[in-house]
Design a protein around this ligand. Sequence first.
Ligand SMILES: NC(=O)c1ccc[n+]([C@@H]2O[C@H](COP(=O)([O-])OP(=O)(O)OC[C@H]3O[C@@H](n4cnc5c(N)ncnc54)[C@H](O)[C@@H]3O)[C@@H](O)[C@H]2O)c1
Length: 308
Amino acid sequence: MKIFSCDETRTALPFSRLIPALENMFNSDCSVPQRHIHAVGTNENPLTTLIMPAWSEAGLMGIKTVNIAPNNAKKSLPGLFSTYTLYDMATGEPVALVDGNEITSRRTAAASALAASFLARPNSSKLTLLGAGRVGGLIPYAYREVLPIDEVLVWDVNPLATERLIAQLNQDGIAARAATDLAQAVGWADVVSCATLSTEPLVKGDWLKPGSHLDLIGSFTPEMREADNSAIINASLFIDTPEALEKSGDLLQPLSTGALDPRSVIGTLEDLCRRKCRIRQSDREHTVFKAVGTALEDLAAASLVYQG
Ligand SMILES: NC(=O)c1ccc[n+]([C@@H]2O[C@H](COP(=O)([O-])OP(=O)(O)OC[C@H]3O[C@@H](n4cnc5c(N)ncnc54)[C@H](O)[C@@H]3O)[C@@H](O)[C@H]2O)c1
């Protein structure tokens, strides 16, 4: 069995190859059963384990295991550990062990960029990024594979995270600066991408300029929100998978009051990749993509790492 470290996994997943690999997987016959969620820990040391399998016609099966241990912060350890095991589907033989954190953050940024390739205006050059963490930090790099992004504004509750990312982007030749006024930064952007842990709407629909694309990555529980109702309702709405309607507060909250009709969702990322739904229709249309992630994307990334 081959073992791919964090660095090897990162190097094996340039966005120029990962974005097309995701599109191919969305176009292939891939099985993604519901994830298992187990409360494994004790009251003293709570541990939640997620098990996310997927397999495809290409002959590989993979399982991502994610262990979330909230008490780890007190022990100066990361709160989440994740591994990805890839198997030969014909024999069941394990063929690769891949770093799960790298897989997750890179495939998430790549999926958002893939959606934006269908939904953002092709001349989008200004990106405002909310959340300068693991996923957010990759968004400018992923988006530059599909759009002519040449200016980035960064907003994060943690000024150190903002500064760190801006320095890194500038060093990599991407003009980036801190957003001082969130409303102005959102109104300035062609694309607004959110990868935060917010429980309050950060982006207001009234701030978005006509023709902008809003990418919502962070919210995966009913309590979490990154955008207000108006940003969602007054836009052409796309989701990564139907699970987004069951998990994300950005959709669940307007659904619960009747402000959002589930039938107003135009399509999923699979529909977009298979050209089964419409894409952006005009330069003034507001588009929204809400993602919660899928094991299909993990399998696409891990297969790319293994097969090179
Ligand atoms: N949709 C998906 O497929 C997918 C995949 C991975 C992660 N996620 C989610 O995306 C979010 C970000 O993940 P990550 O791995 O980058 O986390 P992270 O902890 O590395 O980064 C999160 C960043 O957001 C900032 N932040 C938190 N709350 C904020 C707020 N209210 N306003 C502005 N900034 C805020 C933090 O300071 C941090 O810099 C998480 O909610 C995570 O669960 C979604």
